[in-house]
Design a protein. Structure first.
Length: 526
């Protein structure tokens, strides 16, 4: 592992060879004024009703905060929903203006009616994002959804060599569609340094500074900003807030955070520390052992997650989650979903450079108290995140199967020839797409791209539905290549797509395309 030489913390006992952990010393946060102690330390209860009582006591506060937050309703993305008229579709405030449907439809329908070629996906998105970015920097933080002047949208798209406009009949109406160009490794992608140099990054950071600096945070405005990407220095706090783990009211923030962190510490003592394979139930043993087996497979390309100390943390987080969620339990893939939280919160708590976080060096200097904070925050944020995607993790995987079938229907409408080619080669969507939904595409992308993707997902409670369109955008970006392959080549390619080197800017292109299709099909039957 990457952390074999690191200093072992005193607050947690490593897993023994027989996978039976020793007693864990629960370390109080400095802000709570306590000191290290065992399970019987003041403030740590071990009765069966401890966690339930904490949840009950917190219920009123949670309800009040949720009622005070700005509700954001995103498109349903349900291809079998009633054919709601376009003017009745409610678009979420969290979506950026560069992806508003009206802008896409007006421009593409205008070009189609004049017999002109459509914009390529890349040119259209760049024209949209440049305009919207300027509007967002000069105006309110929340996206405007009333459209924009067409002259702002066109950009340089008319000179594009590739034409990708296509009419799709949906409930008797002509709907314009745009397709990915297939190759996202284009020189037109503006490097991050260029974005910083022209001041856009700093202006965007200032927007986050303004929203996050308020005594009572406007969660609607924060969602709008986060959907389009979050600066690294604000990501940890933003994610905690949008996942309703951290209160938006600054006066209640410290008390609630301390209480929830102590709740997790109590759960570690109550469930993980007391685990005994001789006395444990079949369910408990199955969960414990499956998590243990999956730990070395968790993001194997990053040394941080091969560090023994980190794997101990992940084991505790996932086991407590599994015991607290017996309806779904732990399934393979959830171990991947905790890694973005661990990476982000670890970097924030330690203040370490990204390189030191990636290689695991940061674990040599992490205090037990800091590690406990990271674990607790990961546990609660993972819990709240998965509450919006529980169908993906039921035992029969029914939720994932339904989404895979929906993905196939979408691809059939957008690129029927690709579906025909896959069928001719006996390629089933479940053979390659199951993992995309189970792991939310995390195994296909770098951590940089995953964090950018999760900015959008954290900001959207309906991310599980939106994820179908993200998968469609990823698949169709390789349509040309796939059509030239046979069965073996297709399966190998889709299991190891050349996406690991993609940048965050390329991920934004995928998200923009996915949003356009989500809006296009939000009120149609397929």
């Amino acid at each position: 592992g990457g952390g074999g030489g690191g200093r072992r913390e005193e607050g947690f006992t490593p897993l023994t060879p027989d996978r039976r952990p020793g007693n864990i010393k629960v370390v109080r946060s400095e802000s709570t004024g306590g000191s290290s102690g065992g399970p019987q330390s003041p403030g740590y209860q071990t009765e069966d009703n401890t966690l339930e009582q904490l949840h009950e006591n917190d219920q009123n506060v949670e309800t009040e905060e949720q009622n005070a937050a700005v509700a954001v309703q995103s498109p349903q993305g349900d291809l079998n929903s009633p054919n709601t008229p376009k003017d009745k579709v409610v678009y979420g405030a969290a979506y950026p203006p560069e992806m508003a449907e009206i802008m896409m439809q007006q421009e593409l329908q205008k070009r189609s009616s004049h017999g002109e070629g459509g914009l390529t996906t890349f040119s259209w998105i760049r024209a949209m994002t440049d305009t919207a970015s300027d509007n967002r920097n000069e105006g309110d933080s929340a996206p405007q959804r009333n459209g924009a002047d067409k002259s702002e949208v066109v950009g340089d798209g008319s000179s594009s060599e590739q034409q990708s406009s296509e009419h799709i009949s949906s409930s008797g109406q002509s709907v314009a569609s745009i397709r990915p160009t297939g190759n996202l490794d284009q020189e037109e992608v503006e490097p991050r340094e260029a974005v910083n140099s022209n001041g856009k990054y700093q202006r965007r950071k200032q927007k986050f500074d303004q929203v996050l600096g308020a005594a009572v945070i406007d969660l609607g405005a924060l969602q709008a900003l986060c959907w389009s990407g979050c600066p690294a220095e604000h990501r940890a706090m933003t994610w905690r807030l949008l996942l309703r783990y951290m209160p938006g009211n600054a006066e209640r923030r410290e008390d609630k955070m301390n209480r929830l962190r102590l709740e997790y510490a109590d759960a570690v003592v109550h469930y993980f520390d007391k685990y005994d394979p001789e006395k444990a139930s079949l369910y408990d043993k199955t969960m414990y052992n499956q998590i243990y087996v999956d730990l070395p497979r968790t993001n194997p390309s990053m040394p941080l997650f091969q560090n023994e100390q980190v794997q101990q943390s992940l084991h505790r987080i996932l086991y407590v989650w599994a015991i607290r969620h017996p309806g779904t339990g732990y399934v393979q893939g959830i171990n991947d979903l905790v890694t973005p939280f661990f990476f982000v919160f670890l970097q924030e708590v330690s203040g370490a450079k990204e390189a030191d976080v990636r290689n695991g060096e940061v674990m040599k200097f992490l205090t037990p108290s800091q590690q406990q904070k990271v674990e607790a925050d990961c546990y609660h944020c993972l819990t709240n995140m998965l509450d919006n995607a529980q169908d993906n993790y039921v035992l029969d995987s029914k939720g994932i199967q339904e989404k895979v079938f929906k993905l196939k229907r979408i691809i059939s409408r957008l690129d029927e020839k690709l579906v025909q080619h896959l069928e001719a080669n006996d390629v089933e969507f479940l053979q390659f797409a199951f993992r995309w939904f189970n792991c939310l595409l995390m195994r296909e992308f770098s951590m940089e791209c995953t964090l950018r993707l999760w900015d959008t997902y954290v900001a959207d409670k309906s991310f599980a539905s939106f994820h179908v369109y993200v998968c469609a955008a990823v698949l169709l970006s390789f349509s040309k290549e796939l059509k030239a392959m046979d069965f073996q080549e297709i399966i190998f390619f889709l299991q190891k797509m050349p996406t690991e080197k993609w940048s965050a800017e390329q991920m934004e292109i995928i998200l923009a395309q996915a949003y356009a299709w989500c809006q296009q099909f939000s009120a149609s039957h397929i």
